[in-house]
Every structure is written in C-alpha cells, then in structure tokens.
Design a protein around this ligand. Sequence first.
Ligand code: AMP
Ligand code: ZN
Length: 116
Amino acid sequence: MPESQADCLFCKIALKQIKSDIVYEDEFTVAFNDINPQAPVHILIIPKTHYATLDDVDDHGIYTPLFDTIAKIVGMKKLKSDGYRVVANCGSNGGQAVNHIHLHVLGGRPMKWPPG
Ligand code: AMP
Ligand code: ZN
C-alpha cells in the first residue's frame, strides 16, 4: 500500500499541497474542518497513509492513532458532556465521496437516527 497517492485529494491535504483548515496533526493523522459542515463541529480525521476505503485497510494498527485523534478532538472542542457522532462512510451505498478513508466527527447539535 503506497504512503500517498498522487491523485488523491486527502493525500494532497495531508502533504499540504492543497490548503485546508487543519485543527490537529500528529505523526500518523491529520484533522481538518469539513469544507461543507453538517453540524457546528464537523471535523474529518484521516490517516497520513493512503487507503481508499475501509475494505482496503491491511493494517488494523492504523485505527489506534485515528481513535486517539478522535479523543483529542473531543477534548479540544469540548464535546464530551453533550456527546457527538463519529461516522465512516464506505463505498457507494455508504455514501463515500472521497476515496481516502476518513472519520467524520460531528457535534454541537442533537443528531437524528437512523441516518438518511
Ligand atoms: P464522504 O462522503 O464520507 O466521503 O465525505 C467526504 C467529505 O469530505 C464531505 O463531508 C465533504 O464536504 C468533505 N470535503 C471534500 N473536499 C474537502 C476539502 N477540500 N476540505 C475539507 N473537506 C472536504
Ligand atoms: Zn489518499
């Protein structure tokens, strides 16, 4: 699996080749504000390594830093007391539009269930 893929939007964001509103970054992950926010807090967390979809992940070790970053964002944005939602869309039925895995962290308003 390549570290990054030349034609991938989120690889370009991770490499700072495309500008984004980064709120947190560490060795393995980048978190940035979604360009089309669906809640007062809507942050995307990506691994710096390129995996197109959840089905392509061949090293489940990548999930630990992603979930560590969720905890950091929750603390940073003070989401713990009111709660929040974490979403990972996969493939066409899942509504995945960008083929570099990402977690949506949504907060700041009550969420409905089931999702659309
Ligand atoms: P998904 O449907 O799960 O693939 O979500 C892709 C998300 O990426 C959407 O919520 C988009 O608004 C968001 N998005 C697309 N391009 C950018 C960008 N350049 N910067 C920040 N967020 C983006
Ligand atoms: Zn990528």
